[in-house]
Design a protein around this ligand. Structure first.
Ligand code: TYD
Length: 188
């Protein structure tokens, strides 16, 4: 079973993913793998070299990275796989950079659809205050881009019942509780 965690930078995905895995392992006794995109060191390096200038190349690199990621995931033996970012990231981010959303969907159409996607939603202004300064990707400071990315995520979620939105301005305890409820619906 594949579960994706999505949201703009600073939405709390990574912390949530870690805590969900801990809960699934310890309380639900599910063998759970925590993974993330971008996945490969080599492609991540190329993406950094590109410097966020060319969204077509970025969309293709992120999607190629996903292909390698999925091939690796397929070889792992786990009950549940939680990925911190998946193809919704490419749709939301690279379409915010001007790329046709349908083309990105087309490029990603052979990748498995997650049974559940948790979208951590919050205003970009709040998210920016939470972003670590030492982050390896440097385009994040751009408020207007993250606002567009957020809007894209919410639009995608309107059309897809497998995406569950959680208000990430709430306390982390509350966010985790809601996320556990959504996962519970699937695993029990
Ligand atoms: P990520 O490693 O999740 O960021 P963080 O360092 O905060 O954990 O993702 C790196 C950046 O890449 C993030 O700003 C989102 C962006 N991104 C895309 O633009 N498209 C994509 O397809 C993916 C997977 C990430």
């Amino acid at each position: 079973m594949l579960i994706a965690i999505e949201g703009i930078d600073g939405s709390g995905k990574t912390t949530l993913a870690k805590d969900l895995v801990k809960w699934l392992e310890e309380e639900k006794k599910k063998k759970t793998l925590l993974t993330a995109e971008p996945f490969t060191e080599e492609i991540t390096k190329l993406i950094q070299q590109e410097g966020w200038k060319d969204p077509v190349t970025l969309a293709l690199l992120f999607s190629a990275d996903r292909g390698v990621h999925i091939n690796w995931i397929t070889k792992q033996d786990y009950d549940i796989i939680i990925t911190d970012r998946y193809y919704y990231s490419t749709i939301a981010y690279q379409s915010a950079m001007g790329i046709d959303k349908n083309w990105i969907i087309e490029v990603n159409k052979y990748f498995p659809k997650p049974e559940l996607t948790i979208l951590l939603d919050l205003p970009a202004e709040i998210a920016l205050t939470r972003i670590k300064k030492d982050d390896k990707f440097n385009f994040k400071e751009k408020l207007s881009l993250l606002q567009k990315v957020r809007e894209n995520y919410l639009n995608i979620a309107k059309l897809d019942k497998t995406i569950r939105i959680i208000d990430s301005t709430k306390s982390f305890k509350e966010v985790l509780k809601e996320a556990k409820n959504y996962v519970e619906e699937l695993v029990s």
